[in-house]
Design a protein around this ligand. Structure first.
Ligand code: GLN
Length: 192
């Protein structure tokens, strides 16, 4: 299996390391031609305005949209913002998933937090039913989802922090910053 990690800005190396530990070949994607032969793509966390600007500057917007029609894409944190249909302010988006996002919904960098979440969908790929340690860094939240979107995880107060629409996946938190590879395995299952 060969998976791409959008490598314009942000935490792409951490995703690469987990994928490689799962024996997946990883391609760092910076140019449209890097998408050739890939079975899926991860858009990492970072700064969504910067990633969006670079996506435009590198002429990746249309190639990524075209790629998304046939291939699974997973956005973590800033990546989930790029997948969304609507954000509180105007910025380049891939506009794939029927979700509305509120950026920096939990406050500033110092308000970042970690919490154990129960994420039932992970039981589809793992017998491990323990909570998933979710790391939120100046994270967005998913304000609302369309009827075609499955909610995968919520905070105790009901805020949506992970969602799936067919072969597209969005998480507000950072599974790549833990040693728990269940979310990455869940994504690989989606691809298969
Ligand atoms: N605050 C960033 C944004 O709005 C996302 C932060 C992250 O990816 N950890 O783009």
């Amino acid at each position: 299996m060969r998976i791409g990690v959008l490598a314009l800005q942000g935490g792409f190396i951490e995703h690469q390391k987990i994928l490689e530990s799962l024996k997946v070949n990883v391609q760092q994607v910076r140019l449209p031609s890097d998408l050739v032969g890939l079975q899926g793509l991860i858009i990492p966390g970072g700064e969504s305005t910067t990633i969006g600007k670079l996506v435009k500057d590198f002429d990746l917007l249309d190639p990524l949209k075209e790629f998304s029609l046939e291939h699974a894409i997973w956005g973590t944190c800033a990546g989930s913002i790029l997948l969304s249909h609507e954000v509180s302010r105007k910025q380049p988006l891939l506009d794939l998933m029927n979700i509305k996002i509120e950026r920096n919904a939990f406050g500033r960098q110092v308000d970042s937090f970690e919490i154990d979440l129960n994420i039932p969908c992970l039981n589809r790929i793992s017998k491990d039913t323990s909570a998933f340690h979710a790391i939120f860094i100046r994270a967005p939240l998913i304000k609302s989802v369309g009827e075609d979107v499955e909610i995968l995880a919520k905070l105790p107060d009901g805020c949506i922090v992970a969602a799936q629409q067919t072969h597209w996946l969005a998480t507000s938190f950072h599974p790549e910053l833990t040693n728990d590879d269940r979310f990455h395995r869940y994504f690989l299952e989606l691809i298969k």
